[in-house]
Design a protein around this ligand. Structure first.
Ligand code: C2E
Ligand code: MG
Ligand code: MG
Length: 651
């Protein structure tokens, strides 16, 4: 046997290893991997056929089966080898996430199929025409003139691939360009050698070496797949998502959120919770497969999935989303536990609905909050005129704009003292005046600013603004004892909070006692040590403290008794239920208890005279009544000037 067939044998070994590796690692979920796998399979078969044909040619000396076998293996070689270059072209589209460009271009598709058809046709008629190759007795292989057509079509596919790389070089990463280009000299060298010296079967080895590069540099490795869910990890696939948005590639995204993921993780424990997520992913992939809906499934952490599809037709996405909804609604058995998923599903089309990647990310993390309790499949497109929905979606941009252009302003809501029959202070409440959406209430933007970190800049603005306000007016002349400022939980754990506030108070020349800071029970929960220390130090400097929204969090009376708060603000939700006799008992006892603890008690959200009366109507030994009231009944939050006028009018 001729030594040079060992090239083919080596190629076969390399390719077969990749073949098995790809299949064993089940790396075929996405399109690029699928195309690469088919390419490798074709190359493996071609190599095997080439090697076997050569083996037969070298060993057959008598006529008969040898010739037929040699013919068949050469036939198999050409049938598979000629598919390598068309598949390579497809691979370039797939691995660079520009598949849609190929899919949408009818001419390109027609050209691809025509070239493949030419090859196939030549092969089909070869048994009758022997235009491509021939095997003569005993088993001697001959090339015939039209074999050149295979080289020409292969060359066209190769140039085509090169053209695509060059055209889209701005979005293709450097290492990819390099690797895709490396293929050319290697394969061209292989082809030239084998053409000149047909006995040296080196062409397939050059293909195998090129594939080796693909596998090492390009192939989407397991790190892209989340080991827990089996879905694609968005952190490592970010480059792909980036390209999709940069290219304005039309995609439909089905977003899925397990709204109760935190509880599930807690009650199932991590390993069962992982199993639950895995079962879910498997179901999503079988639903999409059954509906014949081509997808990539991404897992975004925290119970969030994004199912991306090239299919832009909303009528195809809808039944898939409905199937998923039905599946999530049903109780699920995870080992011996029955799990109920609180699912939210939303369909977004990009770029039509969302054009920017940053907006998409904000939406992915927040969309379930904008959906409230509805478990119906939500279509983004149907909410485009929904102001609050859009505000939430664009919140990152809105906040950035507001911070850089200073679009915040402070309003002040008077606080009335029942015992002193006068306004003793006010709560400073922030407002955001956006160019596009007008006035946005803090109830919407503060929680989002807390989650994206903007709260620190906003908090600094509020402190500085309110201190300026205190410096601007003579509060004593207005008979106001203090202005209350809301501190968000994340501000309470700022390491330099004390220094920052005391420095501002000193430079603006105001009296620390005029400042009252509102904190919440949640703040005390996050990091009790640092919150305690901050509050303690500021309190020692003379700053007053109020505990806000009392009764809404996990009321931890012990922690309340430990914090040096001067005032406790009963949340509006208490007042809302004042007509419930049981609740009325709770309100009275809470107020009495807090007053006995030496706290001033303020009730928030008082809107009517009747409620104000009930709350302040002290009955000796039974109910002490509250001292402070804040609510629309007395006054709404007002812009600075109106607030000053309001107070002056009542002096
Ligand atoms: P909060 O601190 O509990 O403020 C009281 C909220 O209740 C204010 O809403 C106020 O306008 C509203 N309110 C007062 N009286 C009544 C009433 O009689 N009826 C009704 N329905 N509502 C009343 P606002 O201004 O929308 O603020 C909402 C929340 O946003 C605040 O709740 C506070 O948690 C947060 N917030 C506001 N300004 C700031 C700020 O400067 N910094 C921080 N960190 N949070 C702020
Ligand atoms: Mg407050
Ligand atoms: Mg409050």
């Amino acid at each position: 046997m001729n030594n040079i067939v060992y090239f083919d044998l080596s190629a076969f070994i390399i390719l077969a290893i990749f073949d098995v590796a790809l299949l064993v690692k089940r790396q075929v979920r996405d399109r690029a991997n699928t195309v690469l796998l088919i390419l490798i399979e074709m190359a493996t078969l071609a190599t095997l056929a080439d090697y076997t044909a050569a083996y037969i040619e070298n060993t057959s000396d008598v006529s008969g089966t040898g010739r037929t076998m040699a013919y068949l293996f050469n036939y198999l070689y050409y049938a598979t080898q000629t598919m390598i270059y068309p598949l390579y072209t497809l691979y370039i589209y797939a691995t660079n996430d520009i598949w849609h460009i190929f899919k949408q271009n009818n001419k390109a598709r027609a050209a691809w199929w025509s070239l493949v058809a030419v090859n196939m046709l030549l092969l089909l008629i070869n048994p009758f025409t022997h235009l491509v190759f021939e095997v003569t007795e005993p088993a001697i292989y001959h090339r015939r003139p039209l074999v050149i057509i295979f080289y020409i079509t292969g060359f066209i596919f190769a140039i085509w691939g090169l053209g695509v790389i060059i055209k889209f070089k701005s979005i293709v990463k450097k290492d990819k360009i390099l690797t895709l280009l490396i293929l050319y000299p290697i394969v061209i060298a292989g082809v030239i050698v084998q053409t000149l010296k047909p006995a040296i079967l080196i062409e397939m080895l050059s293909v195998a070496v090129a594939v080796l590069f693909f596998m090492i540099v390009l192939q989407r490795h397991e790190y892209q797949i989340d080991p827990i869910t089996g879905a694609l990890k968005y952190t490592t696939s970010i480059e792909r998502i980036n390209t999709i948005f940069e290219m304005h590639k039309p995609i439909t995204v089905i977003l899925i959120k397990v709204a109760n993921h935190g509880n599930l993780r807690l009650y199932l424990g991590q390993s069962l919770y992982n199993k639950y997520l895995h079962m879910q992913t498997e179901t999503f992939s079988s639903i999409t497969a059954r509906r014949n809906y081509p997808v990539d499934i991404f897992y975004f952490e925290n119970g969030t999935y994004a199912i991306l599809s090239d299919d832009y037709d909303i009528n195809k996405a809808m039944p898939v989303a409905e199937d998923i909804r039905k599946y999530m609604e049903k109780p699920m058995n995870v080992d011996e536990y029955t799990v109920l998923t609180d699912g939210r599903i939303c369909i977004v089309r990009c770029p039509e609905d969302i054009e920017e990647l940053s907006t998409m990310f904000t939406f992915v993390t927040n969309f379930h909050e904008t959906m409230g309790d509805t478990k119906d499949v939500m279509l983004y497109a149907e909410h485009r005129n929904d102001r609050e929905f859009m505000i939430r979606n664009e919140m990152d941009d809105i906040l950035n704009r507001a911070i850089s252009e200073n679009l915040f302003e402070m309003h002040y809501q008077p606080i009335y003292s029942v015992t002193e029959d006068r306004y003793v202070g006010a709560e400073a409440l922030i407002r955001l005046r956006d160019e596009k959406y007008g006035l946005i209430p803090p109830g919407i933007f503060i929680p989002m600013a807390e989650s994206n970190g903007a709260i620190h800049a906003i908090g600094d603005f509020v402190l500085s603004e309110v201190f300026d306000f205190i410096a601007r007016y003579d509060l004593d002349e207005l008979k106001l004892d203090y202005i209350e400022i809301n501190l968000s939980a994340s501000q309470c754990i700022e390491v330099d909070l004390v220094d920052k506030i005391m420095h501002m108070i000193a430079t603006k020349g105001i009296d620390a006692e005029k400042v009252s800071l509102e904190i919440t029970e949640t703040a005390a929960d996050i990091n009790p040590a640092i919150v305690d220390a901050n509050v303690q130090k500021l309190h020692e400097e003379g700053i007053r403290f109020a505990l806000d929204d009392y009764g809404t969090g996990y009321s931890n009376i012990r922690r309340v008794t430990m914090l040096p708060v001067d005032e406790v603000k009963l949340d509006r939700s208490f007042v809302k239920e004042i007509d419930n006799p049981q609740m009325w008992i709770v309100i009275q006892d809470t107020i009495s208890m807090l007053r006995e603890m030496g706290k001033e008690v303020l009730v928030e959200g008082v809107e009517t005279e009747e409620v104000a009366k009930r709350l302040t109507d002290a009955k000796p030994d039974l109910f002490q009544g509250c001292e402070l009231i804040q609510g629309f009944y007395y006054c709404k939050p007002l812009p600075e000037q109106e607030f000053i006028e309001f107070i002056r009018d009542r002096l």
